[in-house]
Write a protein that binds this ligand. Structure first.
Ligand code: OGA
Ligand code: NI
Length: 357
């Protein structure tokens, strides 16, 4: 069967995992092939050992964040990492190992179901649980080698947890609570670090919405021609990601891609676009991508924290230093519509909120 010529568009509802397995393909369909300059530079080897001498995003120990005299030092580290990298890992964040482990397992179980069971969640409604094979982006963009499940929670609403898939519902609900409290702690720390009262950022509604996603990256026969997820910055406020030991997430630093080395029981945190806007460019929303590999499927669990769509976001920090970029007020829903229409394209959505001078 020749899949390279296309004709396999069923993956858009059935999933990339289904495509990879049903056709047992040796070459990926054209729809997945990236322009040369966007392709990964080298083959990624899964399950790398941690090398402390490799260039690495900062690892921050949160054990003492609630202890009075040690809090300033932790906040300093969080702030510095958010300025310089926009990305860091946290350890001793307070969510039990058992919960992390169960969530990765439950997420994997969702994706291992027959395509028919997952397709029930295929929808355009962003308020519902959503199965999004290959990130259902504009048709003129290359597709990504991944399937995504997205569950929605929003404060102040009647959340319909019955809508979350039964194979992972209970585990996801336990996980969702844990990760939410980490987000609140981090936002409080960043708020203080930026010179504001602890609860200020949260009281602006900046993390009232939470998408709990499960990304599944099947093994890929041609990992150097495509990506699991194309280079992008996240549109929301802050993202907290749990990854399994396979790894493949890469972060842009000074023009080069740095692999985030899997670290057991750590969360990977990244500053997203709304936080860059609120801080007027002081904290950085940084481009990242995920590479695939030939041998092993990978699971990652991002929680995307953002404002509800009807919240207006504007810079809070004064633009008193010329090196900070100027941003203007934008309704988060408008931002999201713009982001979704464009598809994943580096940091392009942020232009919408740039101040016109
Ligand atoms: C995302 C993302 C990276 C990963 O879903 O926005 O960047 O490692 N995912 O899954
Ligand atoms: Ni992302």
């Amino acid at each position: 069967m020749d899949n390279a010529s296309g004709g396999c568009m069923e993956f858009e509802t059935r999933g990339v995992k289904w495509l990879a397995e049903s056709a047992n393909i040796e070459r990926i369909p054209n729809r997945f092939i990236l322009p040369e300059h966007d392709r990964p530079d080298e083959d990624y080897s899964p399950n790398p050992q941690f090398h402390s001498d490799h260039l690495q995003i900062p690892i921050i120990d949160m054990a003492h964040i609630h202890i009075g005299d040690q809090r300033p030092s932790v906040i300093n580290q969080l702030l510095q990492a958010s300025r310089e990298w926009g990305f860091f890992q946290v350890i001793n964040h307070g969510v039990e190992e058992r919960i992390l482990h169960n969530m990765l397992d439950a997420g994997r179980r969702f994706h291992q179901q027959p395509a028919e069971d997952k397709m029930k969640y295929y929808t355009d409604d962003y308020e519902k649980t959503r199965y999004a094979p290959s990130l259902d982006k504009p048709k003129d963009k290359p597709a990504n080698w991944m399937d995504m499940l997205i569950m929605v929670f929003q404060l102040g609403r009647n959340n319909n947890f019955e809508d979350w898939p039964p194979v992972c519902r209970e585990t996801a609900m336990e996980y969702w609570k844990g990760v939410r409290s980490v987000a609140e702690t981090l936002l409080g720390a960043l708020s203080e670090g930026l010179g504001m009262p602890t609860h200020h950022l949260q009281s602006c509604g900046l993390i009232d919405r939470q998408l709990l996603a499960v990304n599944y990256y099947p093994p890929c026969p041609q990992p150097n021609l495509t990506l699991g997820i194309s280079a992008h910055s996240d549109p929301g406020t802050i993202t907290i990601l749990l990854q399994d030991a396979v790894g493949g997430l890469q972060v842009l630093k000074d023009g080069a891609w740095v692999t985030v080395q899997p670290q057991p029981n750590a969360f990977i945190i990244n500053i997203a676009d709304q936080m860059e806007i609120v801080s007027n460019g002081k904290l950085k929303s940084v481009e990242h991508r995920a590479v695939t590999n030939r041998v092993e499927a990978r699971v990652s669990i991002p929680s995307f924290f953002s404002p509800p769509w009807d919240v207006k976001v504007s810079p809070i920090i004064n633009n008193d230093d010329d090196s900070h970029e100027g941003y203007q007020e934008c309704m988060f829903g408008d931002y999201m519509r713009f982001f979704l229409a464009k598809g994943l394209e580096r940091k392009s959505a942020l232009h919408l909120s740039r101040k016109i001078t």
